[in-house]
Design a protein around this ligand. Structure first.
Ligand SMILES: *Cc1c(COP(=O)(O)O)cnc(C)c1O
Length: 362
C-alpha cells in the first residue's frame, strides 16, 4: 500500500483513515448484500438502512430535535445560496446577511435575485480578518431571517458562538465547521453544509431545517428546489448521492466513537492551539490573518515576511509530505485546513517544519 501524506486541503479534504479502510474493505460487496455500495439501488433495503442510519447517528451526534428535518441534497452549498431565499424569503421581502468572506458574498448575490438583502454587519474593509462584534450588527426586525457563515474557509475566521438574531430565524452556512464542536441546533431555523469538508467526500449537501420553515416555500417552485419535496420523500425523491451518504454514515459512526462533538471539539481546539501558539511565539515571522477572538479552528491562514518565502515554504513543505498548504489567492500566504479527520500528529509535524523553516530563513 502507498503511504499517506498529510493532507491540508480546504476541500474536498482528509477523511478518517478508519473510514477509508472500512469503505475499502467493503467496496466489492457490502456485508450481507453481496454487491458494492456503488452498484445498489437507492430503493433497496440495504441503502434504506444506510441513509436512515446516517440520519439517526447525526441526530444523536448533534442532538437534533424532532421538529427538524435532515435532508441529503445535491448541488453543493452553492445551490443552498439560492434554495434558502427561494424557499424562505417571501418574494419582494427582505433578509439580513452578515458579510464575513467570499462565501457569504456569494450567498448575498443569490438572495438578491429573490428579494432585498440588508447587510447586517461586515468586516470587508478589514479584508475579513475578523468576525464583527455584537455592537456592529444591525438587525431589522421585519426581515425574514438572518444568514451568516459559521466558518470562513478562505479567510480563516470563525464565529465563537452564533450571532444574536433578535428573534429572526437564524440561517447558517456551516459547510466548513459543521460538527467540529458542540452545537445547539435549536437556536437555528436552518443549517446547511456541503459534505466535502467535514462530513464525507463531495456530492451531498446536508440541510437541517426546522419544520415551521417548510411552510414558507411558495407554490410553484421547481420540484427539485422545494425543501418540501425532499422532506416528504426523506431525500429519496430522486436518486441521492448514494456513495457519499454511505461514507457520511461511516463518518457519523466515527465521530460518535471519538467522544461525539465534545470529544472532537476538544481535539480541534488542541490542534488549532498548537498552530496559533507556534505563530504567536515566532516573533512575527508567521502572522495569522485572523485576529485573536476570530481565529478559525478549521482553516488556519497565515503570512510569512515575503511572498518569496511563502512560495518556498509551500514547495519545501510539499516535498516533505505536507500537502495543500497554499493559501487562497484572496488572502495569499498559507492555509492549513485541519478538519475533524486531520490527525494531531500532522499538526505537530507542521509545527516542527515551521520552526525549522524559520531557523533557516528568519
Ligand atoms: C466550500 C464552501 C462552500 C461551497 O460549497 P460547494 O459545495 O462547493 O458549493 C460554501 N460555503 C462555505 C463556507 C464553504 O466552505
Amino acid at each position: 500500500m502507498t503511504s499517506r501524506i498529510f493532507n491540508f486541503a480546504a476541500g474536498p479534504a482528509v477523511l478518517p483513515e478508519a473510514v477509508l479502510e472500512e469503505a475499502q474493505r467493503d467496496l466489492l460487496a457490502l456485508p450481507g448484500v453481496g454487491m458494492s455500495i456503488l452498484e445498489i439501488s437507492h430503493r433497496s433495503k440495504a441503502f434504506d438502512e444506510i441513509i436512515q442510519g446516517c440520519e439517526a447517528d447525526m441526530r444523536r451526534l448533534a442532538n437534533i430535535p424532532s421538529n427538524y428535518q435532515v435532508l441529503f441534497l445535491q448541488g453543493g452549498a452553492s445551490l443552498q445560496f439560492s434554495m434558502v431565499p427561494m424557499n424562505i424569503l417571501p418574494v419582494g421581502g427582505k433578509a439580513d446577511y452578515i458579510l464575513t468572506g467570499s462565501w457569504s458574498k456569494k450567498a448575498v448575490k443569490e438572495a438578491q435575485k429573490v428579494g432585498t438583502v440588508q447587510i447586517a454587519g461586515s468586516t470587508e474593509s478589514e479584508n475579513f480578518s475578523r468576525i464583527p462584534e455584537a455592537s456592529e450588527i444591525r438587525i431589522d426586525p421585519d426581515s425574514a431571517y438572518l444568514h451568516f457563515t459559521t466558518n470562513n474557509t478562505i479567510f480563516g475566521t470563525e464565529w465563537e458562538k452564533e450571532p444574536e438574531s433578535a428573534g429572526l430565524p437564524l440561517v447558517a452556512d456551516a459547510s466548513s465547521d459543521i460538527f467540529s464542536r458542540p452545537i445547539d441546533v435549536s437556536r437555528y431555523a436552518l443549517i446547511y453544509a456541503g459534505a466535502q469538508k467535514n462530513l464525507a467526500p463531495a456530492g451531498a449537501t446536508v440541510v437541517i431545517i426546522r419544520d415551521d420553515m417548510l411552510a414558507r416555500s411558495p407554490k410553484g417552485l421547481p420540484t427539485m428546489l422545494d425543501y418540501n419535496t425532499h422532506a416528504k420523500e426523506r431525500s429519496l425523491y430522486n436518486t441521492p448521492p448514494v456513495f457519499t451518504i454511505y461514507v457520511m454514515r461511516l463518518v457519523m459512526k466515527w465521530l460518535l466513537g471519538e467522544g461525539g462533538l465534545e470529544g472532537i471539539g476538544r481535539r480541534n481546539a488542541e490542534k488549532a492551539g498548537l498552530l496559533y501558539d507556534a505563530m504567536d511565539g515566532s516573533g512575527g515571522f508567521f502572522r495569522p490573518h485572523a485576529r485573536p477572538g476570530s481565529r478559525s479552528k478549521m482553516n488556519v491562514t497565515f503570512r510569512l515576511p515575503s511572498e518569496d518565502l511563502e512560495k518556498r515554504f509551500v514547495a519545501e513543505a510539499t516535498a516533505q509530505g505536507l500537502d495543500g498548504l497554499k493559501g487562497h489567492r484572496s488572502v495569499g500566504g498559507i492555509r492549513a485546513s485541519i478538519y475533524n479527520a486531520f490527525p494531531v500528529v500532522g499538526v505537530n509535524v507542521l509545527v516542527s517544519f515551521m520552526r525549522e523553516f524559520q531557523k533557516k530563513n528568519g
